[in-house]
Design a protein around this ligand. Structure first.
Ligand SMILES: *Cc1c(COP(=O)(O)O)cnc(C)c1O
Length: 405
């Protein structure tokens, strides 16, 4: 049976009523027949049947042992960090999600957990920073927003040899494209807010573990710290996951067509998309994933924040917003949005130039999306032309008149 068929039918029909959709168990507690005698649930922080459904669904999708659903992607990341002790070290991908960076540096640093950031697409660079204290390697592949690819299998072998864990933030690829546990990773985390939810209508996070033992520890932390996903959001997430494979196929097809369109456009400098043969991570991505995802980034030949601003405010279908992975296409300008707090020199060194623009291809018709970009480029061109005329006009004025203007 194919994965999609299996997935759709792994969600049980409600045995009590025959409801074909999973019921939303909006309850805080469960009545017990006698003290400690219950039907598998006692208190809804510890367990809720709607949440349990999404947890087992995601564990199945990722090919893992245990799934745990959290109130946000960051709460899921937080639970994984809590597996460590003070004095432990993490080696993390250098262009890590900004929220994870903030959590590591501004929360866990003061509890004695140190993080070293390296380019994890370079295995030797990772091996060079491992110490006896390294307990966790943390990667994203592809990364945000330059879509760098790390070799999951090679990093898993390195982690195993070193006796530490490998955790993959699989948000950008989604399990429809990439299953890190099958490649040897120990843990997968997700911002369910993105592709798993898929409709830009909830905040959710997930952890999936390779083993029962790690699963027990994560479930313990989920209950002990309490950042659980509520029953209604669990239900919305189930509803999103049911169409994941179908949606991802379209996201990928549009992103590939957009990347190819951008690559030949005269106003574009660089295009970042692992599906392009020119992308440095193309071969590794092709070997470890079934597709290249729905995110495309590019920079302009006119590498200024003004040009990027003009572009991102000229698109119509691509809405200017943070986040990704939803039905509606989004455009963002990292230098002024997600990466604003990173010092300019550090940001540029990571490949996030002033004009870098990130697109999340939604589920609109591919041709309409390309037409929207074409239209934004021509607005950009017109603006430039207009500025040239204005400038010529000013510089033709007799000297001294500029001060009067
Ligand atoms: C959005 C995101 C997160 C954080 O998830 P939230 O649901 O916003 O807390 C973590 N990792 C990646 C790669 C993300 O894109």
């Amino acid at each position: 049976m194919q994965a999609t068929t299996q997935l759709i039918h792994s969600i049980p029909v409600d045995p009590l009523t025959g409801a074909i959709s999973v019921p939303i168990y909006q309850t805080s507690t469960f009545v017990q027949e006698a003290p400690g005698v219950n039907k598998g649930y006692d208190y809804a922080r510890s367990g809720n049947p709607t949440r349990a459904t999404v947890e087992s669904l995601v564990a199945q999708l990722e090919g893992g042992h245990t799934g745990a659903a959290f109130a946000s992607g960051l709460a899921a990341i937080d639970a994984v960090v809590k597996l460590l002790q003070s004095g432990d070290e993490i080696v993390a991908v250098d262009d890590i999600y900004g929220g994870a960076f903030r959590l590591f540096e501004q929360v866990y640093k003061k509890f004695g957990i140190t993080v070293h950031y390296v380019d994890t697409s370079d295995i030797d660079a990772v091996a060079a920073v491992l110490t006896a204290k390294t307990k966790l390697i943390w990667i994203e592949t592809p990364t945000n927003p330059t879509l760098k690819i790390s070799n999951v299998r090679a990093l898993a072998a390195l982690a195993k040899a070193h006796g530490c864990l490998l955790c993959v933030d699989n948000t950008f690829a989604s399990p429809a494209l990439q299953k890190p546990l099958a490649l040897g990773a120990d843990l997968v985390v997700h911002s369910g807010t993105k592709y798993l939810g898929g409709h830009s209508d909830l905040i959710a996070g997930l952890v999936v573990t390779a083993t029962a033992e790690l699963g027990q520890q994560i479930k313990f932390l989920q209950n002990a710290s309490g950042a659980i996903l509520g029953p209604f959001d669990s239900w919305l997430l189930i509803r999103g996951i049911e169409t994941l494979h179908l949606r991802i196929r379209q996201h990928c097809a549009s992103a590939q067509a957009i990347a190819e369109f951008l690559q030949q456009h005269p106003a574009v400098d660089k295009v970042y998309y692992p599906g392009l043969a020119t992308h440095p991570g193309h071969a590794v991505a092709a070997a470890q994933s079934k597709g290249f995802g729905g995110i495309v980034s590019f920079s302009l030949k006119e590498d200024t924040q003004e040009a990027a601003t003009a572009f991102v405010t000229s698109t119509g279908l691509f809405k200017l917003a943070e986040s990704l992975g939803g039905i509606k296409s989004l455009v963002s300008h990292p230098a002024q949005m997600t990466h604003k707090t990173i010092p300019a020199a550090k940001r540029k060194a990571a490949g996030v130039s002033d004009s870098l623009i990130r697109l999340s291809a939604g589920l609109e018709d591919t041709e309409d999306l390309i037409e929207d970009l074409r239209q934004a480029f021509s607005t950009l061109e017109k603006n430039k032309h207009q500025q040239n005329i204005e400038w010529k006009h000013i510089s033709n004025l007799p000297s001294g008149s500029l001060a009067l203007a």
